[in-house]
Every structure is written in structure tokens, then in C-alpha cells.
Design a binder for this molecule. Structure first.
Ligand SMILES: O=P(O)(O)OC[C@H]1O[C@](O)(CO)[C@@H](O)[C@@H]1O
Length: 428
């Protein structure tokens, strides 16, 4: 993973090398704190040791009991689904991967109608084992399997905490199961059983993903000038301090579109505390040059753009053409065009004084993904240290959970009563 901060200097908002130099002392202190937390396996910091503590043999043992399936369906939400989805959508496999991470009846019905349930492994994931969406979806999937004459106990893998509904279910039915690592918030759990079981089922090189994570660990240092992850975390923090309250993450690779979704949870749920934070916007290059770029370049000077790309990729030639004005495309390639668009967008933002940071990986493979995912986790932890926020908790999500549960008769919650007090101004 390589980071280039050049286009975040002398922009609006912007940084200077003096800013970064002054910040580097705080980065060194934050690194000390992070390193100590990793060494002591402290809650949250433990996520940054997963490349060393994750047990690929246990993952293989749990999934090897299933014949190679036609499909794998992950039933989870947030960090219990997005990590696995990021890896599945980035890497090719002849095992199709699907995710049920919402409770949209149309979507669930359509998905279950299409799935070969007798040749699908259902990977149900919940750290708490109590997440309403995940448990509700699992009950629906389980009934669909029964209706299809499939023995769900033969097709289900459970990844969950040491206690709770899913752990009890796995124990009761002797289901293959994997533990969710202690001390690791869901959004930081991709480099563990939570994100890697599906990768193993799809035949991806789990060890290579973890090796990439170890590459990221090795690249942590007491200076932002020596650590791409810390450079990214420090620069995004300093830009937020100067008004860049939105971070538009724009990968120039379809295979990294879900990575931007994973990043959004990591960044928002970790850093959105005490009235602080930086809103992650999900974009895709080159597609969103024809949509959101107008706002990024000419809207309020309150954002930075993170441009992500692999520098090596398969390519596809563009046939010669005599179409007026388009002959220049002929004989080129889609990759050349995508690279030209990346560099043009980068320069376009710089010309408008919009801060942008370039993040590059060699290619989208297991090892590079492991390093990129680890790097963004470390960047997030550093940002949280610099911002002095509680990076590893997410108390603000609980209010809505209680309200929804109360509305469904799952208990007496003041939050549910507050729903009835909605102020209305209806326009029909
Ligand atoms: O794995 P669980 O416990 O089902 O939680 C799923 C997601 O819900 C949250 O706890 C927020 O409600 C996320 O932090 C987490 O990734």
C-alpha cells in the first residue's frame, strides 16, 4: 500500500509540510499507545494483531466439512458482513457469494428463490448473536431451506461470540462454528474468522490475506513519513481539523467498490463521536466522474477525495474506430483509459484546490487486499488517537435498536414511545 499526500498540500482545506512535521510528534506518541495496546491485546487494539493471531487452520477445519459449494450466503450485517463481502467482490471465484445484510422482503425473497439451497453454505455471522436483522434473516433462510427439503444443519456455518443465541444454536445442533475474536469490534474483524471463512469457502488464499495484513503491521512506525497507514490517518485527521468533514473514497476498480462500503462503516462508526468525525462518501471511478465529481470539485470546500487504484490489472483493448472524434480511443485500452481518467480526475481536483490523497496497491489480490484493509484499520485507529475519541465503541447505534425492538413488542423502551411523538408536516 502506497500513499501520496502531495495533492493535500496548499489546497482548501489543505496541509503544509510544516503542519505534517508538527503533527509527526503526535503520531509518534499515538504509535506508542497503539503498539502498547497491541502488545497487551487491549480491547480494540487487538484488531491490529489479527494478522498474527488469526488461525487459518481453524478456518479451514470449519469449512472443509462442506463439499465445495456452488454458492455461499453470508447472513450478517455491518462488520459481520462487509469484510467478507469486500473480499468476495474483489476476488474471482467459481463459488458464487451472496450477502443478506438487510431485511428487505423483496430482496430476501428474490435471493432465496434464485439460490441453489441444496448446494449453498449459509454463513451466519453475529458477534453478539442478538442482532435483529441477522437473526430474522437466518430464521427466514432456515425455513426456506426446510421448505426446499434441505437439512439446514448440514448447510450452516456459524461464526459468533462465546455466548448468545447463535452460540446456543450451534451447540444444540452441533453445527460447524467459528469464534469471533475477543476484543475486536465488528468493523475491524475482516482479518479474522468473520471475514475469512467465506474466502476459504471460495478457495481464496486466506494465508496470503493474513500475510498482507502482516505486511501492514510491519509498515507501522513512529512517523507518518515512514508508515503509509499513519500518513493516511494523520492527513485525513488534519484535513478534518481544517474543515474537510467529508472523505469521498473513490476506488478506480469495480473490484474495490465494496471496499468503499466497508471503509464507510470503519470510518463512520469509529470516528463519529462527540460531535466529531469525517463523513465517508462512497464513490467509484471512473463512473462517478459523471455524477458526484461536480460536487467534489465545485461544491463547498469541506471535503477531501481519496483516490484508490491498483497499478497492475488485466486489460482490454479498444478496437480501432473511424467514428468522428473518437479515433484517439482506437488501439488504446480500457485500462489506459481508466488510468488516464484517474490521473485526470486527480489533477482536476488539484487544479480546483480540492485536497485529494492517492492510495495505490500493486494489484487486487489476496496479499494486497490484506495490506490495504489492515492499513485502513491502522489509519482509523491513529486518527482516533489524534482526535481523542473512543474509536472502538458505537453507543449511538443503540437508541434506534431499542426503538425498533420496542415497536415490535420486544420490550418496554422509552425510545419506542418517542417514535409516537414524531413532529409531522405532511405534504400529500
Ligand atoms: O456482529 P453483530 O453483533 O451482529 O453486530 C453487527 C454490527 O452491528 C453493530 O454492532 C452496530 O449495531 C456493528 O458495530 C456490528 O458490525
Amino acid at each position: 500500500m502506497r500513499v501520496d499526500l502531495g495533492n493535500a498540500l496548499e489546497t482548501t482545506p489543505g496541509l503544509t509540510t510544516e503542519t505534517l512535521d508538527r503533527l509527526d510528534d503526535r503520531v509518534a506518541a499515538a504509535h506508542e499507545r497503539i503498539a502498547a495496546g497491541m502488545a497487551d491485546d487491549e480491547f480494540g487494539y487487538a484488531a491490529l494483531t489479527l494478522p498474527e493471531t488469526a488461525d487459518p487452520d481453524a478456518i479451514h477445519a470449519a469449512v472443509d466439512g462442506f463439499d465445495r459449494p456452488e454458492a455461499v450466503l453470508t447472513v450478517g450485517i455491518g462488520g459481520s458482513a462487509l469484510g467478507a463481502a469486500t473480499l468476495s467482490n474483489a476476488l474471482a471465484s467459481d463459488v458464487d457469494a451472496y450477502v443478506l445484510d438487510n431485511v428487505d422482503p423483496d430482496d430476501a425473497r428474490a435471493l432465496l428463490a434464485d439460490l441453489p439451497l441444496d448446494d449453498t453454505v449459509v454463513n451466519v455471522v453475529s458477534k453478539s448473536g442478538t442482532t435483529a436483522e441477522t437473526l430474522a434473516n437466518f430464521l427466514v433462510v432456515r425455513e426456506a431451506m426446510a421448505d426446499a427439503g434441505v437439512d439446514w444443519t448440514e448447510r450452516t456455518l456459524v461464526t459468533t461470540g462465546a455466548s448468545g443465541n447463535l452460540r446456543e444454536l450451534a451447540d444444540r445442533h452441533d453445527l460447524p462454528s467459528l469464534p469471533v475474536p475477543d476484543g475486536v469490534p465488528g468493523r475491524f474483524s475482516v482479518l479474522s474468522t468473520v471475514g475469512l471463512a467465506v474466502a476459504a469457502l471460495q478457495g481464496h488464499d486466506v494465508e496470503a490475506v493474513l500475510a498482507g495484513g502482516r505486511d501492514g503491521m510491519d509498515a507501522l512506525a513512529g512517523s507518518l513519513y515512514e508508515s503509509p497507514a499513519y500518513a493516511y490517518g494523520a492527513a485525513t485527521y488534519a484535513l478534518a481539523e481544517r474543515g474537510a468533514l467529508t472523505n469521498a473514497v473513490m476506488p478506480y476498480a469495480e473490484s474495490l467498490e465494496t471496499f468503499a462500503e466497508w471503509f464507510a462503516q470503519l470510518w463512520a462508526e469509529s470516528l463519529g463521536k462527540d460531535g466529531l468525525g469525517q463523513t465517508p462518501a462512497r464513490a467509484l471511478g471512473a463512473t462517478d466522474q459523471h455524477s458526484q465529481l461536480q460536487l467534489y470539485r465545485a461544491g463547498p470546500p469541506d471535503k477531501l477525495v481519496t483516490l484508490v487504484r491498483p497499478t497492475e490489472r488485466a486489460d482490454a483493448p479498444i478496437p480501432e474506430t473511424d467514428l468522428d472524434g473518437l479515433a484517439y480511443l482506437g488501439g488504446s485500452s480500457l485500462g489506459d483509459l481508466l488510468d488516464a481518467e484517474f490521473e485526470a480526475t486527480e489533477a482536476s481536483l488539484a487544479a480546483a484546490g480540492v485536497p485529494n490523497v492517492r492510495v495505490e496497491v500493486d494489484r487486487v489480490d489476496e496479499r494486497a487486499l490484506g495490506e490495504l484493509l489492515f492499513g485502513m484499520e491502522a489509519a482509523c485507529v491513529l486518527y482516533g488517537e489524534l482526535a481523542s475519541v473512543s474509536t472502538f465503541t458505537q453507543p449511538a447505534v443503540e437508541w434506534g435498536k431499542k426503538a425498533a425492538r420496542g415497536l415490535l413488542g420486544g420490550g418496554d423502551f422509552a425510545e419506542a414511545e418517542a417514535v409516537d411523538e414524531k413532529r409531522e408536516l405532511r405534504i400529500e
